[in-house]
Design a protein around this ligand. Structure first.
Ligand code: ZN
Length: 269
């Protein structure tokens, strides 16, 4: 909170704030794109590539998706397959609605650094997603600094170990594609429940309105965003103070104070 009380950081990560943010994006004339469209579609003015890493909670993701539908825009959603968010029918419905479904992989974490098992699991996961009717053209590695890593640095290391893997699995190269097609883009993300390029959501909206960046690539995590102001405040507080905790433990800690007990499961989140 700033000294004058005008900016509550927690208010940056409510669904109402996300709605305001998208209003600014669309109002400024940015063209919201999925990764697939950004990499394969025609060039355009003011591209705004919109990506979400979907970690744990489908309901929170669907709430973000509804806001996007309200603005007539579509994003790319990268799903974990090893958490309760792995829900193939829901992913198919999102795809039918025009969203891009991608695979948020962490197979080295899941295989304790065993590269050959991690690569085989990666290919198996992609096959399973495609067999379920999902068009998987892009993947994003999951990064969790708390996972102890033996013999590797990030989940993406499988790509360096097996350079044929993306071509063999028919995947687009996001890093090379974005660098080539959008050389001056600004990467904007909500890592640690804080904007990397602005001191507040209000400031980010001001930057967007003035079209400060000719191309934007934005990443958000739907799990970080709250319907209730109380959860947003709690999560913001937890992100700043419970430094030794992983975010999911922070969320669990916050849930106990931010969820009213007398109402249904949807109401407090
Ligand atoms: Zn992730």
């Amino acid at each position: 909170m700033s000294a004058d009380g005008a900016d509550y950081p927690a208010m940056d990560f409510t669904r109402a704030a996300y709605d305001r943010l998208l209003s600014a994006v669309v109002g400024a004339g940015y063209q919201v794109l999925t990764l697939r469209r950004a990499l394969t579609g025609a060039d355009m003015e003011l591209p705004f590539i919109l990506r979400h890493d979907v970690e744990w909670d489908l309901k929170r993701t669907l709430a973000i998706v509804e806001i996007e539908k309200g603005h007539g825009v579509r994003s790319s959603l990268y799903f974990r397959v090893d958490t309760k968010v792995y829900d193939l029918p829901a992913m198919r419905r999102l795809q039918d609605d025009g969203f891009e479904i991608g695979y948020h992989y962490n197979t080295l974490d899941r295989c304790q650094g065993d590269f050959s098992r991690a690569i085989a699991l990666f290919e198996q996961d992609i096959k399973r997603l495609r067999d379920a009717g999902l068009k998987i053209d892009t993947v994003i590695p999951h990064g969790d600094p708390r996972v102890k890593k033996g013999g590797y640095t990030t989940n993406e290391d499988i790509m360096a170990k097996d350079p044929e893997l993306p071509a063999r699995t028919g995947l687009l190269d996001i890093n090379a594609g974005i660098a080539a097609r959008f050389p001056g883009h600004q990467y904007v993300r909500d890592l640690g429940i804080r904007w990397n390029v602005a001191g507040s959501g209000r400031e980010l909206i001001a930057f967007i309105r003035e079209k400060r960046w000719p191309a934007i690539y934005m990443l958000t995590h739907p799990d970080y965003w709250s319907a209730s102001f109380l959860r947003a405040v709690g999560l913001q507080f937890a992100a700043r103070t419970l430094r030794g905790f992983g975010l999911n433990r922070k969320i669990a800690a916050v849930r106990s104070i931010a969820t009213p007990r007398s109402v249904g499961p949807d109401s407090g989140s």
